[in-house]
Design a binder for this molecule. Sequence first.
Ligand code: GLN
Length: 472
Amino acid sequence: AKAYLDAMEKARGLNAYVLETPEEALAMAAASDARLSKGEGGVLEGVPLGIKDLFATEGVRTTACSRIIDNFKPPYESTVTSRLWRDGAVMLGKLNNDEFAMGSSNETSAFGPVVSPWLPPNWDAGQARERLAKARADGATPRGFLVPGGSSGGSAAAVAARLCPGATGTDTGGSIRQPAAFTGIAGIKPTYGRCSRWGIVAFASSLDQAGPFAATVRDCAVLLKSMAGHDPKDTTSMDLPVPDYEAAIGRSVKGMVIGIPREYRVDGMAEEIGALWQKGIDWLRDAGATIREINLPHTKYALPAYYIVAPAEASSNLARYDGVRYGERVGGRDIVEMYEKTRAAGFGSEVKRRILIGTYVLSAGYYDAYYVRAQKIRTLIKRDFEEAYASGVDAILTPATPSAAFGIGEKAGADPVEMYLNDVFTVTVNMAGLPGIAVPAGLSSEGLPLGLQLIGRAFDEETLFTLGHAVE
Ligand code: GLN
C-alpha cells in the first residue's frame, strides 16, 4: 500500500485519483497484516485497489465527478466495494471518471481530464513530464496528451500507470471496455445482474454494471469473483452461484466456436483495427477454435437506440439532484427557481444534454416514436445474439474500439456524435445485457495500445476469461 501511495503522489499530474485515502489505506493494510499473521485472510488480503468515484464509500467523499454532489459522504458502502473489503482489499482512493459516467474520454469530469500514461507517438518522456507539470500548475488543459477513454478513465489510467494493481469501474455503454482498450489493460463488463448495483450512483439503471480493471485477464477473474453475487438490496441481481473464475484461466479453447459478426466491419474503422481483428481470429484458430462468420443484423441500430434509452433513464435518475437531498444548493425566490439555479450550476454541459434528450424522448407525443421504438430495437438486438448462441456459437470476437486513443480536446466540444461513435462496438452488449471483456491485443503502427472484445452468453463470464487469456 505504501509503495502505491508513493507512486500516486509522483503521478498526480495524470489526475487519475480525485481523492487519495492514505489513512484508510494504511489502517486497512495494517488490519490485513494482523489477519495474515494469524494465518487468516481473504483472497484479496492486502491488495490495494482504486475505486471509481461512482461507488458509494462509507464516510469517504463520493461525487460521481459532478459539482452537484461535490461533498457527499455516504453513510453506507456499495455492495461491490464492501465485498472487496470483506475479502481483504485495501482502498487507495477514489478514481476520476466522466461526470455521472457520461462520456468516452474522461473530459466531462468536474475534476478535469485524466491524462493517459501512454504518450503520443514520438514524444520524449522527460519533456512530456515537464509539459504536464506546467499545464497542471497553470490550471490549463493538457492538450496534446492522450485521453485514457471513459467514462472509467481514472480507473484505466491508474491501472496502466501502476498506481494500483486493480480498480473498479462501471460500464453502461462501454465505460470499462473502451478505456481498458485505450490503455492496454484488461477489463470486463459482466452480465447484467451479475454484480449488485446497490450503492453505485445510477446513470441508466437497465444498462449499468460494475466490473474490474487489471493488467491481466487473470487478475480480472480474481477481482470479479469477489465483486459478484446476489444481493437482496438489488432486485435485478441474479441469485446464481458465482463460479471460480480463475479456474477458467488456461483452459483449452479447442472446439469452441467463435462468431465473427459481419456487421462490425463498420465505415470509418481504422485499417489497423481490421488487421488486429484478423490477428485475433488467427490466434484463436491456431489455438484450436472454430471460426464462424455470423450475422447480427440489427447492429447498426444499437448506437442510436442506446442514445435514446440511456439519456431517458438518466433524465429520470438525475431528477433526484434537486438541491434538497444532496449537494450544493443555489437559492432562489421560490422552490422552482431554487431547482433551476441549483441544476444549472451543478450539472456540466454533457449531463444537461443527456437530461434534455431524455426528457424529450419521454415526453407525451414523442414517447411512442422514440422511447418505445428504441426499446423494440433493443429486443431485436438481444434476439440477434440469442440466435447466434443458439446456433452453437460460444463467444463473439470483435474489436473493442474503432480506433486507438485520441488526443485531449480533439473530440470534445465539437459534435457530440463524434464522441458517441466511440461506442459502436460496445453498446450492443449493454443493450442485450451480455458479458463483454476487453483484452490488450497489440500496438498500433504509432505504438498505441489496441484491444479486442469478446462477447459471451448471459452469465458465462468463464468462457470470456478462458478466451481472453488465450488472446492477451
Ligand atoms: N460513452 C458512453 C456514454 O457516454 C458509455 C458510458 C458508460 O458506459 N458509462 O454514454
